[in-house]
Design a protein around this ligand. Structure first.
Ligand SMILES: Cc1ncc(COP(=O)(O)O)c(C=O)c1O
Length: 451
């Protein structure tokens, strides 16, 4: 299992040649192929003897082609990121040196490097000196850690009277985290939204007051900085003020929209996010990383630590008072070294490259919204806050479903759908680092043609 240098170089050359062809081919790759049947050969059990790297790479390539092309420039579904090549290399490097980073002591410089990115993100959100956080697999685990910390801090632990507040537009990862943490469905209250699908702060205040009067203990208010369905940003300043007034933890789900804080327009739309007690970000969405990297930021890292820190006799050889131990800040102990996935791109390309890319996506989304609003035979119910535009056929749900199949059936673009005001609605999300004006113009032409 330890190849010699020549074999190692041959495997690496074959893998990089594959990746090179793959990335170069993205410009014209079909937008989807996930409806192709899965070859039975992929289910073969591993052989007792050795395989051949080239054959296995070919099988991998074949499997990769039978998928929605999330890495390509015409992927407009869900939240496309593309997948920065520099981050792919970061992962290769991290895995090759295989340092232990569940705790800081075994690789303190790696801990410092990761911490530098967390600290920089805290500065982006103007969080104070005691702020901190950690890299996670994504916003779902970050949300679980935030919810647990909020409950420990505000309620002192599980309490059947503890109640949290979300809107129906919030991502279900909050309700899921609540379930994992042992809250009942009745402890998760749904706050109404206004006509623009934003959290109705007055309604939230009334609900919280009613719940308090009924003996409940409201402890967490969740605002969303860019909802999954429509990219809508809640009134974060007013929501934060309400949470502070009520002595509740204010969490902002910025999985999609948070990174727009790097841009001037984004900062305006996200006004109030800097008042959060915790913020989730997904660099695998709006910082263009491949899947598997989320971030949790907390205003007071000590509270995150108090909620998660643990130890065992077998750890007595390590100092625990240096750089923050990631294992003390979330549910995982052993983990991949996620920090380099963001550190390398940030240092290699520079922060301005991210600002420019996000600004470009805002421009492209505005362009798409304008074009779809002007198009014949389409209804466009909302103006985008960030980079999601929603539209549908005025002829009803079935017509909208047929429209989406005609668009995706071209295999030149891939879009997804949701429900807005109870009606089937198509979403066009411009977010991939590889998506530029020509790609948006092409999908607009496809849509107009499909109507
Ligand atoms: C707004 C929002 N929050 C949270 C999540 C959950 O994130 P993850 O899939 O990284 O766990 C998503 C996922 O798409 C999302 O759109």
């Amino acid at each position: 299992m330890e190849p010699d240098g020549q074999t190692r170089r041959a495997w690496t050359a074959a893998a990089t040649a594959f990746v090179e062809d793959f990335v170069a081919g993205l410009a014209d790759a079909p937008a989807s192929g996930h409806d192709a049947p899965v070859p039975a050969g992929l289910l073969a059990p591993p052989p007792d003897g050795p395989g051949e790297f080239g054959d296995l790479l070919a099988r991998f390539g074949d499997a990769a082609s039978r998928a929605i092309e999330c890495a390509g420039p015409r992927y407009f579904a869900y939240f496309p990121a593309g997948g920065l090549y520099s981050s792919v290399l970061a992962e290769f490097l991290s895995q090759a040196v295989n340092r232990y980073t569940g705790m800081a002591a075994p690789a303190p410089a790696f801990a410092a490097l990761e911490h530098s990115v967390v600290r920089w993100l805290c500065d982006v959100f103007e969080l104070p000196a005691g702020a901190g956080g950690l890299f996670t697999s994504g916003a779902s685990i970050a949300t679980l850690a935030a919810l647990h910390a909020a409950r420990e801090d505000r309620l002192g632990g599980p309490d059947p009277r503890g109640t949290l507040y979300v809107t129906e537009q919030a991502h279900y990862c909050v309700a899921k985290a609540a379930r994992i943490a042992g809250l009942t469905a009745g402890q998760v209250r749904t706050v109404p939204v206004d006509a623009a699908l934003r959290l109705d702060v007055d309604a939230a205040a009334a609900l919280i007051a009613r719940d308090r009067a009924a003996g409940r203990r409201p402890f967490l208010l969740v605002g969303t900085a860019g909802t999954t369905s429509t990219g809508t940003v809640d009134p974060l300043a007013d929501a934060g003020e309400l949470a502070r007034r009520e002595d509740m933890w204010f969490h902002v789900d910025g999985a999609y929209g948070g990174a727009f804080q790097l841009t001037a327009r984004g900062r305006e739309v996200l006004t109030g996010i800097t008042g959060a007690d915790s913020i989730t970000l997904d660099p695998h969405k709006s910082m263009f990383l491949p899947f598997g990297t989320g971030v949790l930021l907390v205003r007071d890292q000590a509270l995150l630590r108090a909620a998660h820190a643990a130890t065992g006799d077998f750890l007595q050889d390590f100092e625990r008072d240096g750089w923050p131990d990631p294992a003390d800040l979330g549910p995982e102990l052993t983990r991949g070294y996620r920090g380099l996935r963001l550190w390398l791109p940030l240092h290699l390309h520079g922060v301005d490259a991210f600002r420019r890319a996000l600004d470009e996506k805002l421009d492209l989304a505005a362009h798409a919204h304008q074009a779809l609003t002007a198009a014949e035979g389409l209804a466009v119910p909302l103006t985008p806050d960030l980079t999601v535009t929603v539209f549908r056929s005025p002829a009803g749900d079935a017509a909208t479903e047929r429209l989406l199949s005609r668009i995706n059936g071209t295999r030149r673009a891939y879009l997804s759908s949701t429900r807005v005001d109870g009606r089937h609605t198509i979403r066009l999300c411009v977010l991939s680092v590889r998506t530029h004006k020509a790609h948006v113009d092409e999908v607009l032409e496809i849509i107009r043609h499909a109507v």
